[in-house]
Structure formats: structure tokens, C-alpha cells
Ligand binder design. Structure first.
Ligand code: EPS
Length: 392
């Protein structure tokens, strides 16, 4: 239905994304995608690489005169840093390819990747395993986001914790404040303490992780399905989020908190229908907008844990890939904290999952067809004695 692939190495010439299944007639422009890529590049605790790059996705196909054609959308993000890596990352063999990386970093793909792909040089693994790939996801996700915007669905994210400092954000979250925050946090009081946690880790040659929340507002009731395990929307969101670098846990709504409570304290009471335009409101949203593997019309709330980055300025003891002897792990340069950009990447992944589920339910090869189908469905969503499919 909607699928995407990415290609490219971190210090290769470029990253590539191909997104297939977007209906024709959607307005898309490079400026819109650039704004999302820029958000991903921000965040206190980023390393030197983000000073080199100005990520920009050039659209190579699938769009004409500002509108999607329904054909695959191809995008290319050039790596500016490539200029410094032309020999090491040359596509054709060179006489002087640079020194092999053999000092394994615990926590990264180095060891398992080298064994799996039979590599003597960890660079052949780490270049693709790098979180740099997430730029291509954000480019693809920006188009999904544009589509969802047309359907009245908006995505946001904010940071709940960094390095053990927890935010206590006020409801409703002030999303504009989050965009201005160096750590993408909604809590004035926690923000400077998070910044300090990053500074302290940097001084110690260490890294910090945290917790991020992504919220999707405006999704209709009934995306995903209970009828088969791989159609469940919460399962699909968890898969997409878990596929991000450094993510070690995903929960929907009050997933972890609910285990200490009774059922009566956990489930979201359904309110009587007073406004036919807004049926099936809930008193609370502890379930995070999904029940039975489907969206329930409340905001989708996804939280996830980002572990501290594995590349440490003060490396852990490790082992050399070739000799098997004890060495210190490899360090080139890295970020101290990647939690703020993880929110932007999480939004992209949730956007891709929701757009796919939306197209699954409403179809449409052209945007207007999707919109028509969606409107017709909304007329049927109400108390069953009143819900009748009406002609437009
Ligand atoms: C990243 C680019 C990378 C890292 C980071 C994410 O750039 P470089 O390797 O040239 O410093 O900053 O990658 C990782 C944290 C990782 O573990 O691989 C980016 O564009 O986001």
C-alpha cells in the first residue's frame, strides 16, 4: 500500500529514499521536507557532523509541478561530509583506502554486523548502521505527514526525560515551546537540568539517553484492525519505532504505568454522544488512542526509550575484531545525546504507519478519491441507530 526504502552510507555520496503508494494530487515541495530535516538536525548534544550538513532532499521523481503523480517518489540527500571521505568510501577500489576500523564498540552494530557479513573492517558495517540513515526516513515521513495534514491529522513530539531528568509537562503541551527548546522539552524547569545532564556527560566523555513522546492528533476511529496480528495499529507503530537506532522500549499510552492500577482506574470511560460531529469522546486517554489494535479516535500517544549513544569519547574496554585482544573501543566523533532528534524521527515513523493504515482503509489513487471515501466513512461513524451511509 504505502512502502518505502532507504539506501546510502553515512559518509557515502548521498542518502536515498523511495516512497511508493502516495496518491496523486498531493501538494509537496522541497521546502516543506527541508523544514522537517532541519528539525532533525537540531537538539542540544549533537556532535560535529550536524555543523557540516545542511540536509536537503532533492525530489528526483514522482512529483510534477508541485503535485504527486501517484508514481514512486524518489529523493536524494547529499552528504556534504562525503568530500572528506572520497577515498575511504570510494565505490571503486583505491590504492589508499585508509585504516580499517577493528576496535569494536559495545552497543553498536559492529560485532554482530562484522560476523554476519564476514567483514574485517567494521567501517563496512557502521556506515550503514549509523543513525544518519534517519535523515532519509524523515524525508519519506515528511511526505506522509503532508498527506496526513490533508486529512486533518497532525503530529508532534516532545522529550520526557534525558539522562535521568524527567519533565512534568503541563497539559495541553505547548508545542510551539517545544520547537523553541534546545532539548525539545515542554517543561521550563526540567529543560536547564536536561542541558546540564548533557554537559556533564560530555565532560565525562560519556553519553545520555532518554524518553520521547510522539502524539498524533486527529486520526479517525478504526485505523488498523483486530482481525490479524500484523494488522494491529499499535503493533505496527511499535515495530516502526523499534526500528529506529538506539530505541530499546516502546509503549502506547500509559503502558507501563497501568500495571500498578486496577482496571477501573485504567480504562477510558466512553462519553454519551451529544455532538454528532464528535462522537465517542473519552473522559481520559490512558489507552493512548488505540484499543483492540485500532485507533479509537483519541490522540495516538507513543512513548519510547532511547538508550545512550554507543560511541563514547572515553571508550569502554573492548576487543579487537582481528586479533581478539583487549583494546579500547573505537571513537571518531559522535553526539552526546540524540534524544531530541529521536522525537522528529519518531514523528516520521508514526506518520508513515498512520498514512499506510489510512490508505488501507480509504484507498484512493487520487487525493480527492481518498478524501471522498474518508468523508463517506465519517458519516457512518456514530451511534448505530443514526449511522446511515448518505449520498454526498
Ligand atoms: C548522524 C550522523 C553521524 C552521527 C550520528 C547520527 O555522523 P558522524 O558519524 O559523521 O559523526 O552524528 O550517528 C550515531 C549516533 C550513530 O550511532 O551512528 C545523523 O545524521 O543523525
Amino acid at each position: 500500500m504505502l512502502r518505502f526504502l532507504t539506501a546510502g552510507e553515512s559518509h557515502g555520496q548521498a542518502l536515498v529514499a523511495i516512497l511508493e503508494g502516495v496518491p496523486a494530487g498531493l501538494s509537496v515541495d522541497e521546502g516543506y521536507i527541508r523544514a522537517q530535516l532541519e528539525r532533525r538536525q537540531q537538539g542540544y548534544g549533537r556532535g560535529g557532523r550536524m555543523k557540516i550538513e545542511t540536509d536537503y532532499a532533492r525530489i528526483l521523481g514522482g512529483v510534477r509541478h508541485g503535485k504527486t503523480l501517484g508514481s514512486p517518489i524518489a529523493m536524494l540527500i547529499e552528504n556534504k561530509d562525503w568530500a572528506n571521505w572520497t577515498k575511504q568510501m570510494s565505490v571503486v577500489p583505491v590504492d589508499d583506502p585508509g585504516e580499517a576500523v577493528t576496535r569494536l564498540r559495545p552497543g553498536h552494530a559492529d560485532l554482530a554486523g562484522a560476523m554476519k557479513y564476514g567483514q574485517d573492517d567494521v567501517r563496512n558495517v557502521l556506515e550503514r548502521a549509523s543513525a544518519r540513515e534517519s535523515a532519509a526516513r524523515v524525508a519519506a515521513g515528511a511526505i506522509a505527514r503532508r498527506f496526513l495534514e490533508e486529512m486533518g491529522i497532525a503530529l508532534h513530539s516532545h522529550v520526557l526525560a534525558i539522562g535521568g531528568v524527567w519533565a512534568k509537562p503541563k497539559e495541553p503541551v505547548d508545542w510551539e515551546r517545544v520547537e523553541r527548546s534546545p532539548v525539545r522539552c515542554a517543561d521550563d524547569e526540567a529543560e536547564p537540568r536536561m542541558v546540564k545532564a548533557i554537559d556533564d556527560a560530555k565532560e565525562a566523555g560519556d553519553t545520555v539517553g532518554g524518553v520521547v513522546e510522539v502524539v498524533a492528533d486527529g486520526a479517525p476511529i478504526g485505523l488498523g484492525s483486530y482481525i490479524q496480528w500484523d494488522r494491529k495499529i499499535d503493533a505496527r507503530v511499535a515495530y516502526a519505532i523499534m526500528s529506529m537506532n538506539a530505541v530499546k522500549a516502546v509503549s502506547i499510552g500509559e503502558g507501563w504505568e497501568s500495571v500498578n492500577l486496577r482496571g477501573s482506574q485504567v480504562h477510558d470511560v466512553i462519553q454519551p454522544v451529544t455532538d454528532p460531529q464528535r462522537p465517542w469522546q473519552r473522559r481520559t486517554n490512558r489507552s493512548g488512542g488505540t484499543e483492540g489494535g485500532m485507533t479509537n479516535g483519541m490522540p495516538l500517544v507513543v512513548r519510547f526509550a532511547v538508550k545512550p549513544i554507543a560511541t563514547l569519547a572515553k571508550p569502554l574496554p573492548s576487543v579487537d575484531l582481528v586479533t581478539g585482544e583487549e583494546v579500547q573501543a573505537h571513537y571518531e566523533r559522535s553526539d552526546v545525546c540524540q534524544v531530541p532528534p529521536a522525537g522528529v524521527i519518531g514523528e516520521a515513523m508514526v506518520a508513515l504507519v498512520l498514512a499506510e493504515a489510512f490508505l488501507e482503509k480509504f484507498g484512493g489513487d487520487h487525493l480527492e478519491e481518498t478524501r471522498r471515501n474518508y468523508r463517506a466513512y465519517l458519516k457512518t461513524v456514530g451511534p448505530r441507530n443514526r449511522a446511515r451511509v448518505r449520498e454526498d
